[in-house]
Design a protein around this ligand. Structure first.
Ligand code: PGA
Length: 256
């Protein structure tokens, strides 16, 4: 890997009430020490209802874990019942926002266009998007993986300037590997991430080498070390294995 600081982000999805989230983040912090935080950036992405509670714990106990949200609307305010705006998140000191997760794309009608609008809105409010791209099983079997992820990457970054792109994280998440226990081989993940980086290089030249690209999809304590051994993999977006603080800490401590 180049000089890119690895980033391990836990995507809690629709799990953990605010009370459970407080406990999980506290227990996670008991498992981690300074050397872990030096070695990689750690982020948790609770449900909206737990953001304020987790923020309070992180700040009160000075825990160096970043706070992330799982989605956002692109407008600052308005008649959008049920939505949450970028300023609402920024005021909670949210640093990262997952944008375009495949579950949002597949189950909630998220399109390449809305992903781009959200990515720009997150950046405009001083936060960093974790933008997800990834192919379906059918696309992989048809040999369309590279085209798919590169198209999604181009669409997500449309009209985003180089200096802003540097603040983004990309998560390569093959859809067939999410929550299925089937993960991409480290070599396959590395190859597709290389395609994503080449796409970023077409857009941002040398700056593309600084953008962090995670792998996501059934990451576990048992497979993280092999994934992180790949030169292009800069961390992981972890679903199931991030719900338990001990499991997630073992992913974070993959070197040990
Ligand atoms: P998983 O989820 O680790 O449970 O496969 C990953 C994700 O959806 O971000």
């Amino acid at each position: 890997m180049a000089d890119r600081q690895p980033i391990m982000a836990g995507n809690w999805k629709m799990h953990h009430t605010h009370l459970e989230a407080i406990q999980v983040v506290q227990k996670l912090s008991y498992q981690l020490d300074e050397s872990d935080y030096d070695a990689c950036e750690v982020v948790v992405c609770p449900a909206f209802t737990a953001l304020r509670s987790v923020q309070t714990v992180l700040e009160a106990d000075r825990i160096p874990i970043g706070l992330g949200a799982q989605d956002v609307h692109w407008k600052d305010q308005g008649a959008f019942t049920g939505e949450v705006s970028p300023p609402m998140l920024a005021k909670l000191n949210v640093q990262y926002v997952i944008v375009g997760h495949s579950e949002r794309r597949q189950l909630f009608g998220e399109s390449d266009e809305t992903v781009n609008l959200k990515l720009k809105a997150v950046l405009a409010h001083g936060m960093s998007p974790i933008v997800c791209v990834g192919e379906t099983l059918e696309e992989r079997e048809d040999g369309r993986t590279d085209m798919r992820v590169s198209g999604q990457t181009q669409a997500a970054f449309a009209k985003v300037k180089g200096e802003d792109a540097l603040r983004c994280v990309v998560a390569y998440e093959p859809i067939w590997a999410i929550g299925t226990g089937r993960n991409a081989t480290p070599e396959d993940a590395n190859a597709t991430i290389t395609v994503i980086r080449e796409t970023l290089r077409e857009l941002y030249k040398g700056d593309a080498g600084e953008i962090r690209i995670q792998y996501g999809g059934s990451v576990k304590p048992g497979n993280i070390a092999d994934l992180m051994a790949m030169p292009e993999i800069d961390g992981a977006l972890v679903g199931g294995a991030s719900l338990d603080p001990v499991d997630f800490s073992r992913v974070i401590k993959f070197r040990a």
